[in-house]
Design a protein around this ligand. Structure first.
Ligand code: C2E
Ligand code: MG
Ligand code: MG
Length: 699
């Protein structure tokens, strides 16, 4: 029986002498090793087995040689054997043999070939680690890799960036073109990602349309911004899916260890918050984590809770901003802009709560309320005056929208021709057919359609010519700066205006504030103007009074020239000079310099360090100095934080802070004094600090 058992390869037997030399091995086992039974006798058994390797990272066995030397019993120990160019695995059992005196005689044991079993185990573990659709790492593997990388990097003081991506509009493609097309899209997205990342890091698909990229040893936010930018660019190129064309976008959040988190959980949640902020800032953006985002998250939860009540308890109002005809300053319509008067917080900007409403589906309730209220109030206006109502892309995706619009018109008796719906370009993404059908259904009701914020989204001229639009609204971002000599905004506006003319649409310039802007936009041929130059949004009462008073004619009034976009601000920051730290107020900030106030008589050419908070230090030279105000030029330019903010490329490293005695942790918010240089007595402060609060009061 034993012979048959051996011959069938079901199991083998082996024995060694006290020095580990083989004294017996089943013939079929010897054959697998490429030898005859006689040849193997006398050879060291451990010589056949390769040193144990840390195969897939999670299984470390004590090597066979060690067990043998220790004369241990061996139970199902997997060992690796190399023959020719392949590798096989045996599982080994053995028991040490002793004589009557207890002296070791050698081993007797059994073995069996487990190569096939191991391979299928490996497959299973590969499946458990990789996403079968795209071949990218799955969430499980990404978490494991992050955790081991971060742990190792902490000891070697290295940094590691994490990018989180979320596809915009993937769901629409999936819903309208079907799941096979959705799958194909995900595959193409992963291929594009692999091409961009190209070995710089590991990519994982961690959810339906969520991806993660781990980028070891990059902490330069300038470089990370460039990578994120090209990721967004590449992913936003059109896809061809089995004959259909689809366009999606992506938002990217970036966090960097050790600055934004030491451990996996912390880093992932920082990157998540950054991603969230990127999505909130309009689609197709990237964003770095900053400690402010944490406060933002708290505020958002609050808004979400309170907004439900706001609708029920009448805290919302609609205000109306005139849209004025460029030719004669007559208002032809009013844009309905929702206002929220929060009982404790006061006025909350729609720019803050509309995005929250969109995420929580409250937008349908808010949108319906605004639509009904605006239609109702418009019936009290002169008949020529239209009302424009913003329709969120989420509302637009709901098949109930035409029904809702019809009901609002019927209930209030407003002429359909007097209602204009403002949609944004984002409705054209994902599902062009569905969008076209929806636009047609809305047009059938007799309402007008305007394309809002034109030029900010994934602009494609293709849909403009085919969509039944009556109006294009040129986004304020083009109007701002159009009067600057070195800006090409004027050329862009000219192009949009002539496009609108060719397509027999009106063109509205949004956000006109200054006289020179108004003049320029008239010259460029915009048919309508909307902006503070004519009026801010008015309450219904103010509007009715205004109309009774001056009719529909609005006179422009505002600053003569638009002031260059210097971000003026009143943020407190630190200035470090020699070994002293001062508090100053920052008045304006650009990539290359800043204006500060608070230090008296600083000589030109003084070298200072500006502490912008959260570990961001900038070396600067004083290039202008007048009393308590200085102009600074930075030695290294700031970079974009992905939205409209600025940040430094590098920050103080938590490793350096730890070396100076602080516990190792991600950078908490606030200011840091850089590790103090030892040696020498402290000098007296070189400058006098002025209390800016008192100065401005005196002024
Ligand atoms: P929008 O539709 O592009 O509206 C124009 C925004 O520009 C309004 O901001 C308006 O107050 C502002 N604006 C107008 N003229 C000027 C100007 O000369 N200078 C500057 N700096 N700003 C000007 P508002 O009211 O804060 O609304 C922000 C955005 O919130 C709107 O942008 C719109 O996208 C959204 N929104 C407002 N009301 C609603 C609503 O009822 N439903 C939906 N879905 N979105 C709304
Ligand atoms: Mg609008
Ligand atoms: Mg707009």
């Amino acid at each position: 029986m034993l012979d048959q058992f051996e011959e069938a390869g079901l199991g083998w037997f082996w024995a060694t002498d006290a020095s580990g030399r083989i004294s017996y091995l089943s013939a079929s086992a010897a054959r697998q090793l490429g030898k005859s039974q006689e040849e193997v006798v006398g050879l060291q058994i451990s010589a056949f087995f390769l040193p144990d390797k840390d195969g897939d990272g999670d299984r470390t066995e004590r090597p066979l040689a060690f067990q043998l030397r220790a004369k241990n019993s061996i139970f199902e120990l997997p060992v690796r054997i190399a023959i020719a160019d392949s590798e096989i695995w045996w599982s080994i059992n053995a028991r040490p043999q002793t004589d009557a005196n207890g002296d070791f005689l050698g081993y007797r044991g059994s073995a069996k070939d487990v190569t096939a079993v191991r391979e299928s185990q490996l497959d299973a573990s590969r499946m458990a680690q990789y996403d079968s659709l795209t071949g990218l790492a799955n969430r499980h593997r990404m978490t494991k890799r992050l955790t081991s990388t971060l742990a190792a990097y902490q000891t070697s003081k290295r940094s590691c960036a994490l990018m989180m991506l979320d596809l915009d509009r993937f769901k629409q493609v999936n819903d309208t073109l079907g799941h096979p097309a959705g799958d194909e899209l995900l595959k193409q997205v992963s291929q594009r990602l692999e091409r961009i990342i190209a070995g710089r890091g590991e990519i994982g698909r961690v959810g339906g349309d969520e991806f993660q990229v781990m980028l070891p040893d990059i902490d330069d936010r300038g470089r990370l911004g460039e990578i994120a930018h090209s990721v967004i660019q590449m992913i936003s190129q059109p896809y061809s899916l089995d004959g259909s064309r689809a366009i999606i976008g992506t938002s990217v959040g970036i966090a960097i260890a050790p600055y934004d988190g030491l451990e996996t959980d912390e880093l992932v949640s920082s990157a998540d918050l950054a991603l969230y902020a990127a999505k909130g800032g309009g689609r197709g953006q990237y964003r770095f984590f900053s400690s402010e985002l944490k406060d933002g998250a708290r505020l958002r939860r609050q808004i979400e809770e309170d907004l439900r009540d706001a609708i029920l308890t009448d805290q919302l109002e609609v205000h109306y901003q005139p849209i004025v005809r460029a030719a004669d300053n007559l208002a032809t319509g009013m844009e309905a802009l929702v206002r929220w008067n929060h009982p404790e917080r006061g006025f909350i900007s729609p720019a803050d709560f509309i995005p929250v409403a969109e995420e929580t589906n409250l937008i349908n309730a808010v949108g319906e309320w605004v639509l009904r209220r605006a239609c109702e109030e418009a019936t009290q206006w002169p008949e020529k005056l239209r009302v424009a109502v913003n329709v969120s892309a989420i509302q637009f995706a709901s098949t109930d929208l035409p029904k809702l619009v019809r009901s609002a018109l019927e209930r209030t008796g407003l002429e359909p021709e007097r209602l204009e719906l403002e949609i944004t370009e984002s409705v054209f993404l994902g599902d062009p057919q569905g969008t076209r059908a929806m636009l047609k259904n809305l047009k059938k009701l007799g309402v007008r359609l305007a394309l809002d914020d034109f030029g900010t989204g994934y602009s494609s001229l293709g849909y403009l010519s085919s969509a039944p639009l009556d109006k294009i609204k040129i986004d304020r971002s083009f109007v701002v700066g159009a009067t600057d000599d070195d800006s090409n905004n004027a050329a862009i506006i000219t192009a949009i205006v002539s496009l609108a003319k060719a397509l027999k649409m009106e063109s509205v310039a949004e956000g006109v504030e200054a006289m020179d802007e108004l003049k320029l936009l008239r010259e460029l041929g915009a048919s309508h103007i909307q902006g503070w130059i004519f009026s801010k949004a008015l309450s219904q009462d103010e509007l009715l009074a205004r109309i009774a008073d001056g009719g529909l004619k609005f006179e422009p009034s505002g600053p003569a020239v638009h002031r260059a976009d210097r971000r003026s601000m009143y943020r407190k920051v630190g200035v470090i000079h020699e070994d002293h730290r001062y508090e100053v107020v920052i008045r304006n900030l650009s990539k290359t310099g800043a204006g500060i106030e608070g230090l008296l008589d600083v000589p030109l050419g003084t070298r200072l360090v500006l502490d912008l908070g959260d570990g961001q230090l900038v070396v600067a030279n004083v290039t202008r100095s007048e009393g308590y105000a200085q102009g600074l030029k930075f030695e290294d330019s700031l970079i974009s934080d992905g939205s409209d903010g600025l940040c430094t490329r590098h920050r103080i490293s938590p490793y350096a802070l730890a070396a100076a005695g602080m516990p190792l942790a991600a950078l908490p918010p606030g200011h840091y004094i850089p590790p103090h240089q030892e040696g020498g007595p402290r000098k007296a402060p070189a400058f006098m600090q002025v209390d800016m609060a008192k100065t401005s009061r005196a002024a």
